[in-house]
Design a protein around this ligand. Structure first.
Ligand code: BEZ
Ligand code: FE
Length: 292
């Protein structure tokens, strides 16, 4: 091996040569790429020592902000578009299948299993909204017994886990199973646009970049059925002011839905809600599991 001292010119070669004994091919591939790109950023940006220290401080604070309820690193990945790119690369769907989007940090395992038609609102705050649809395969065959795990933020724009003691536990969360015709329906309240947590370093970075922290109003879903590829997705409210500037780049055209205002009392009676109410129809189409 030729002895190589580090110089500005040979930085890549000098660092990459140290991977010679890396026996994990994937780690080697990842570290080669990270090294090349990171050194290129430094070459391009030419940070001063003070700027580099500021970057180190930002990364330190990002880590220190993390605990069981707060994942600042995921927020950083989200606002930089990394989460959506990883999702896109790993969830390429056949035409016609429901598109995926980010899971986000507020999913909770073990949401209550509810009867079709039940409400997921435990605090009763907000305008009543009925969500219904059918889960089917790519050919349109209904899937009975598919499960839908649903969650959303409150009328005030916070998830229950962000406000322990303020919202009831499991507020605006529920799991449903489709009936024999693959249909589902449940009651909730109209989702609202809300800011992602912006009181930490990621919020500071957003402000520094002249960006807002808002996500357009949405309802989260994980839809699963035996033999099918599960889909983690949202539906977004058409007309929301943040559809084109979602802080985490999660919006896809196919996921934007019309939440109609229904005044017809007979329809309200069908769902056991007072008129007027909001109503959205959302079909889910699952692709076959790769190994099915
Ligand atoms: C969410 O929609 O719950 C979410 C997604 C990414 C970052 C923060 C929140
Ligand atoms: Fe959300």
């Amino acid at each position: 091996m030729v002895l190589q001292y580090f110089t500005e010119e040979n930085a890549n070669d000098a660092v990459l040569a140290r991977l010679a004994n890396c026996s994990n091919p994937r780690l080697r591939e990842v570290m080669e790429s990270v090294t090349r790109h990171l050194l290129e950023v430094v070459r391009e940006v030419k940070p001063t020592p003070a700027e580099w220290f500021q970057a180190i401080q930002f990364l330190t604070e990002t880590g220190q902000m993390c605990d069981d309820n707060r994942q600042e690193w995921i927020l950083l990945s989200d606002i930089l578009g990394v989460s959506m790119l990883v999702d896109a690369q790993n969830h390429r769907k056949p035409d016609g299948a429901t598109e995926s989007t980010v899971l986000g940090p507020f999913h909770v395992d073990g949401a209550p299993v509810l009867e079709l038609g039940a409400t997921i609102s435990r605090d009763g705050k907000g305008d009543i909204c009925v969500v219904e649809g059918r889960v089917s395969d790519i050919d349109g065959t209904p899937i009975p017994g598919a499960t839908l795990d649903v969650w959303q933020a409150s009328d005030d724009g916070y998830y229950d886990v962000q406000q322990p003691g303020v919202q009831p536990e499991m507020n605006l969360r529920g799991r449903f199973a489709t009936d024999a015709d693959g249909r589902y329906w449940f009651r909730t309240v109209m989702p609202r646009s809300y800011p992602i947590p912006d009181d930490g370093p990621v919020g500071g970075l957003l402000r520094g970049m002249g960006r807002h922290p808002y996500r357009p109003a949405h309802i989260h879903f994980i839809v699963e059925a035996f033999g099918f590829d599960p889909v983690t997705t949202h539906i977004f409210v058409a007309g929301d002011e943040y559809l084109q500037s979602d802080a985490v780049f999660g919006v896809k055209k196919s996921l934007v839905r019309n939440f109609a205002t229904v005044t017809d009392q007979a329809k309200a009676d069908d769902f056991g809600v007072p008129a007027p109410f909001r109503h959205v129809e959302q079909p889910f189409v699952l692709a076959a599991a790769p190994d099915a």
